[in-house]
Design a protein around this ligand. Structure first.
Ligand code: KG4
Ligand code: ZN
Length: 349
């Protein structure tokens, strides 16, 4: 059984084919970073126009490269929420049209659900740990979202906490913009931070003792702007690595402290396994976050699962996985399924 999925909710055009065992046959993406970086951020109108140019060639390439014929494909899926409405529409209408023309089942997928379950993806170069399964605590951090969930099973998610203002990725991107490091900023800050001392500049960690599992990054952003305003240009240039390392440390600590608390609060629910923490979304590509999480997991006997970077940032494989799991359970979406800029699934707000 094969399923083809399209992801186009932001600025990456992506197409994947997956089989019924969650084995990714191919996942091809076309980044639009080169275009949007001229504007310092994603320009929605340009993003949707590029999706409409990118998607069909990507689909053709995926089919040719895998040698999987349309006869072998049982269903076609696309992200239908949340994201940039114009971008989503391009992928969604493409998937519906193909499904209708080729007489395939059609499924719409929530983008956040894709990130949430990306830890189950496997391919030729990547296996899922044998003892990994539901349930788990999940931290999803991207450019648009920062949330903690209790994940019981497919479709059974409880929101434990979320950001009250900016997303973790947004904080990285805005800091990078202040330092004129280019777009997208997270990966630039990560690179610079690798040779910096995280203790030279101290940035605040908001809500650390708030007693809940929410996050906040707007104060950090303001604090960083104030600090940069107070420093001479030459010192900023000289201390770029240290500034990045200090800022990154603050975001990583804020994320991890809440994730750790979520794991301990739910530890009794892990009856047949050690506790599990999954970290997904674009920011889980961050090298410091990966390293600190893995170190903690080893010390505390908590299983930490972070998908390979290609499945952390936006990709169609995670959409294909979710669609295939629902498809196997007999679910189908209506052809009049709407695109939505926000999440309409109550548990995935
Ligand atoms: O999941 P994603 O690809 O798109 C959204 O759905 O938002 O996440 C993109 C976000 C951006 O804010 C980007 O700066 C951030 O993930 N990001 C990183 C790293 N790589 C990507 N942030 C920190 N360190 C990284 N290495
Ligand atoms: Zn995303």
């Amino acid at each position: 059984m094969y399923l083809l999925a399209i992801e186009s909710s932001c600025d990456d055009s992506s197409v994947a084919i997956i089989d019924h065992n969650a084995h990714v046959q191919i996942c091809v993406s076309q980044s639009q970073d080169e275009v949007h970086k001229l504007f310092g951020g994603v320009v929605p109108e340009i993003a949707s126009r590029n999706h409409s140019q990118n998607l069909l060639p990507l689909i053709e390439y995926a089919i040719q490269k895998t040698n999987i014929s349309w006869d072998q494909i049982d269903a076609v899926a696309a992200t239908n929420e949340p994201g940039l409405i114009g971008s989503i529409l391009v992928g969604l209408v493409s998937a519906k049209t193909i499904a209708m023309a080729k007489n395939k089942a059609f499924l719409g997928v929530n983008h956040l659900e894709g990130h949430l379950l990306a830890a189950f993806l496997k391919d030729e170069d990547h296996q899922v740990p044998e003892d990994f399964n539901y349930p788990f605590v999940a931290l999803t951090v991207s450019g648009g979202h920062t949330s903690l969930y209790w994940v019981e099973a497919l479709g059974q998610y409880t929101l434990l906490g979320k950001t009250l203002d900016d997303a973790g990725g947004e904080a990285f991107d805005k800091f990078a913009k202040m330092l004129k490091l280019g777009y997208p900023g997270g990966v630039q800050v990560d690179k610079k931070a690798q040779s910096g001392n995280p203790e030279k500049y101290h940035f605040p960690r908001a809500l650390l003792h708030s007693g809940d599992l929410n996050f906040s990054f707007s104060g950090l952003k303001a604090n960083a702007q104030r600090l940069l305003n107070s420093l001479p240009e030459e010192q900023i240039a000289q201390d770029l690595e240290h500034l990045c390392a200090g800022f990154q440390e603050s975001v990583v600590d804020s994320l991890l402290e809440k994730a750790k608390t979520a794991v301990w609060q739910n530890k009794d629910k892990f009856v047949n396994s050690r506790p599990r923490l999954v970290i997904t979304g674009g920011v889980s590509a961050n090298s410091r976050l990966r390293q600190k999480a893995q170190d903690w997991g080893q010390r505390k006997n908590v299983q930490i699962v972070i998908p390979p970077i290609r499945y952390c940032t936006d990709n169609a494989a995670m959409i294909a996985y979710v669609a295939m799991e629902y498809f196997k359970q007999g679910h189908r979406s209506d052809f009049n399924l709407a695109a939505s800029a926000s999440s309409t699934k109550e548990s995935l707000k």
